[in-house]
Design a protein around this ligand. Structure first.
Ligand SMILES: [Zn+2]
Ligand SMILES: [Zn+2]
Length: 234
């Protein structure tokens, strides 16, 4: 019964739950408010999770879209049956019923947080800028060892020209097809001019890919500097 609370405690800035398995969760109120599981809030969060916000490099990320004051606090907290808590927030929102099961899942402690994939603001700021690689550096790498070349353009662009050996996963398909890539592989991503691939690199890095780089200037610069036999397009 790891999802059964043993102790519930309201603090000035955070809510504390001690679970039957002795794990202790601290939920800062702004975080808890943002994670409100009511339908209305879920829709707001979900709307933000279309492909563009998924690829938003930083800041307006894919989770924390509900505007919340740092000073938010619950006016009161009710136990709902034995399975949930209802928070009546001082911003007037009170329809969120938080099942204990959900609360345990969204525990923001360092031990649990990787599971809930919620980044704190601090994490966001330390997220590295996408690593870049120049065409000549890539040429050298390709001559030395095998790596995965990932083309994130559209199939029609791939047909015009691509770098030999590149696999095609259009940017919009990446969330669904990411499973076909190995996080530990060395990956270089390119597109036409380097913009779409930069989003892809950020996205892969956020999903645990450690060794992923963006080809500067995309295939267009590659065609100019390395392989003049490739067709260029506008
Ligand atoms: Zn809500
Ligand atoms: Zn935890």
């Amino acid at each position: 019964m790891t999802k059964t609370p043993k102790l519930l405690k309201k603090h000035p800035n955070a809510f504390q739950i001690e679970w039957k398995d002795a794990h202790v969760s601290w939920y800062p109120y702004p975080y808890l408010r943002q994670m409100c599981p009511c339908a209305e809030c879920a829709i707001i969060r979900h709307k933000g999770r279309d492909v563009h916000s998924l690829f938003a490099p930083q800041g307006d990320g894919d989770m924390t879209l509900i505007e919340v004051s740092d000073a938010i606090a619950p006016l009161d907290i009710q136990l709902v049956g034995r399975y949930a808590l209802q928070f009546n927030w001082d911003d007037g929102h009170g329809s969120g019923i938080y099942p204990f099961e959900v609360l345990r899942e969204i525990c923001p402690c360092p031990e649990c947080a990787p599971l809930s994939a919620v980044e704190t603001e601090e994490d966001m700021q330390t997220t590295q800028a996408p690593t870049e690689i120049s065409p000549s550096e890539l040429k050298q790498l390709l001559d030395e060892n095998p790596l995965v070349l990932l083309d994130v353009r559209e199939p029609s662009e791939y047909d015009i020209a691509h770098i030999a050996g590149a696999i095609l996963i259009p940017l919009n398909d990446l969330p669904q097809k990411m499973d076909s890539l190995q996080p530990e592989q060395e990956i270089v991503v390119y597109c036409h001019h380097g913009q779409r691939s930069m989003y892809a690199v950020s996205y892969l890095q956020q999903n645990g890919f450690q060794n992923v780089k963006n080809l500067q200037g995309g295939i267009d610069r590659w065609a100019v500097e390395i392989d003049s036999t490739l067709n260029r397009y506008g």
